[in-house]
Design a protein around this ligand. Sequence first.
Ligand code: FAD
Length: 378
Amino acid sequence: MVGGSAAGFYTAWLLSRSGRRVRVYEQADRLEPSSRSLIVTCRMREMLGSLGEPSVVNEIRRFEVWSDGRSAQFSLDRPDLIIERAKLIQSLADRALANGAELSLGRRFLSLSSGPGGLELGFERREDGARETVLASTIVGADGALSEVARSAGWPRPETVPLLQALVRLPADYPRDTVRVWFVPDDTPYFYWLIPERGDRGALGLIGEDGARTRRSLEAFLEKHGFDPLEYQGARIPLYRGWVPVHRRFGEADVYLVGDAACQVKVTTVGGIVTGLRGAHAVAQAILHADGAGELRSLRRELNLHLLVRRSLHQFRQSDYSRLLDLLNPGARQSLERFHRDEAARMLWRLCQTQPRLLWLGLRGLLTRDIFSSGSEE
Ligand SMILES: Cc1cc2nc3c(=O)[nH]c(=O)nc-3n(C[C@H](O)[C@H](O)[C@H](O)COP(=O)(O)OP(=O)(O)OC[C@H]3O[C@@H](n4cnc5c(N)ncnc54)[C@H](O)[C@@H]3O)c2cc1C
């Protein structure tokens, strides 16, 4: 396993508890992942059970969505979870190591080559810069958006987009169970969010298309809404533009990708935790039982639906978002309350049934020039 983070340790846990010998190679010298609050649907709780609980710091029961001074609210039947990424990774790592997985820290993966005894993995030892070679029959690349495993095994480089958020102090009257979302297509084809974390802290951020412009937009937005940034957090997120096959033969060995390395990110919201865990689960099934194809098909359908919605939203102007909010009748709101982002098919189906005009709005987006597919903006 290359990469000791959420997708990597989850795969390592699933494999090690079934008796497989697993070693995780992580480039960092210590297992101290950077702390970051993330929002996930309750699907994470269903998948991880007690394993994910130590990371949960808050629950979200309400969304408030804004466009050009208008707003719409809806409550969630099942709360979203705010999780502390560092705690999630630690919890998954503890469980994997308790099941016998081994961990080599300070090992940066450099190369793959096919040798007589199997696959040869080249690492750089961080402590002294020396090279180390390791033999393996199966390798899983869980090394994130800029995966070197993927590159070495011949997968094409995915496109990435910048995600930037600022930690801010929440106003005293800000409801701690509510996420606020703003659509401002002049700044970003995605959206701004304000997510309450613990206590009086929240994360206000956006996904952009260009790093410098994203930073300027966030600074202007913070100033406009009277927030002082306490700290910035950011990274590049892989952009899902179509299914990435998770398996390749490399010489006599098998190479798999999981998580961000396989672009398993919902491109509507750029959330990758739940989908990355689903990808990890499917790959573990493939390794253990030559199974997992059904699970991968279902993940692929989910990611492709998000791609379809993103293609439409990417064409939206401010007036389209305002129209979208106006169309949220009680039935449509109920659909948003009942279904979450990790069950897109059911949510979209119910939305179209309860408010068919949303379908027309979405189709209009799809039928105008597809700037998302061409990757450039007007
Ligand atoms: C600021 C921010 C906010 C986010 N918010 C959300 C959110 O609210 N909800 C959500 O679902 N998702 C969110 N995401 C996305 C989510 O964090 C990622 O999709 C997810 O963490 C990816 O996990 P991963 O295990 O696949 O990869 P990563 O967490 O990127 O881990 C990759 C690991 O591989 C290691 N590595 C990399 N290269 C090498 C190498 N050559 N050799 C050895 N090790 C290597 C790295 O050190 C790292 O430990 C956010 C991302 C960011 C940056």
